[in-house]
Design a protein around this ligand. Structure first.
Ligand code: PGA
Length: 252
């Protein structure tokens, strides 16, 4: 069964204690309001990960990181490995977020290596793809997403691929307040699911969770999630507000 997931991406926000308070509040909420099979992942900065992982006790609620290094260990000052993330109790990691691609020059090849390393260490991968505005206006958005997935993710064996979920995040919608329309989201999600079908077959395509991300909030989540190929969301700004975030999960 395809999983329904809302993942919060805190990005570079929240001092230690503020993050712990937010995680505690969210945990209490989902103890009182059980997730009933849905999954919620809090992708925190590294500094929170160990403590947050321990305090999340609600069924279906877990923690994740926002990046990992492509090497397993060694002299890589300032970096964090997938094995280190796993050792905190975190269950997943975001790979290929557009901010990493744009600001840190992460290429498809590097992202494929990071994905392999994350999977080798038992983490679920939330693999991001999405086009910038000029690419959509130039009508090459399908090609761009196809290339990102083919080079970064479809190099995996079926067994490894089954441990990944995909997040479609049009870059022009991230942090801008402009959301893809439900029709635009559905169109791209159906396209992505079809790519998975071509590569891995119908069974895998049906099982693959595809999240939407980009200015998703409580007021637009329900109409986005109502689409047959949208299985949840990757939430940035709105994941920093407990009520807003929990209401997005409610919309799922
Ligand atoms: P946003 O970010 O919800 O603030 O637009 C989404 C993301 O970057 O994952």
């Amino acid at each position: 069964m395809r999983k329904k997931i809302v993942a919060g991406n805190w990005k570079m926000n929240m001092k230690l204690n503020d993050g712990l308070t937010l995680a505690e509040d969210i945990n209490s909420h989902f103890i009182t309001n059980p997730l009933n099979g849905r999954k919620v992942i809090l992708c925190t900065p590294f500094i929170h990960l160990s403590l947050v992982s321990k305090l999340l006790t609600a069924e279906g609620l877990s923690s994740g990181a926002q990046n990992c290094n492509d090497h397993s260990s060694g002299a890589f000052t300032g970096e964090v490995s997938a094995a280190m993330i796993k050792s905190t109790g975190a269950g997943s990691v975001i790979i290929g977020h557009s901010e990493r691609r744009t600001y840190y020059g992460e290429t498809d090849g590097l992202l494929a290596a990071k994905t392999a390393e994350a999977l080798r260490n038992g983490l679920m991968v939330i693999f991001c793809c999405g086009e910038v505005l000029a690419e959509r206006e130039g009508k090459i958005h399908f090609e761009v997403v196809r290339r990102q997935l083919e080079n970064g993710l479809f190099v995996l064996s079926p067994e490894d691929f089954s441990k990944c979920i995909i997040a479609y995040e049009p870059v022009w919608a991230i942090g801008t307040g402009v959301t893809a329309s439900p029709a635009q989201a559905q169109e791209m999600h159906a396209f992505i699911r079809n790519l998975v079908r071509e590569k891995y077959g119908t069974g895998m395509a049906d099982e693959t969770t595809i999240l939407y991300g980009g200015s998703c909030k409580a007021s637009n989540a329900a109409e986005l999630f109502a689409n047959p190929d949208v299985d949840g969301g990757l939430i940035g700004g709105a994941s920093l507000l407990k009520e807003e975030f929990c209401n997005i999960v409610k919309a799922l």
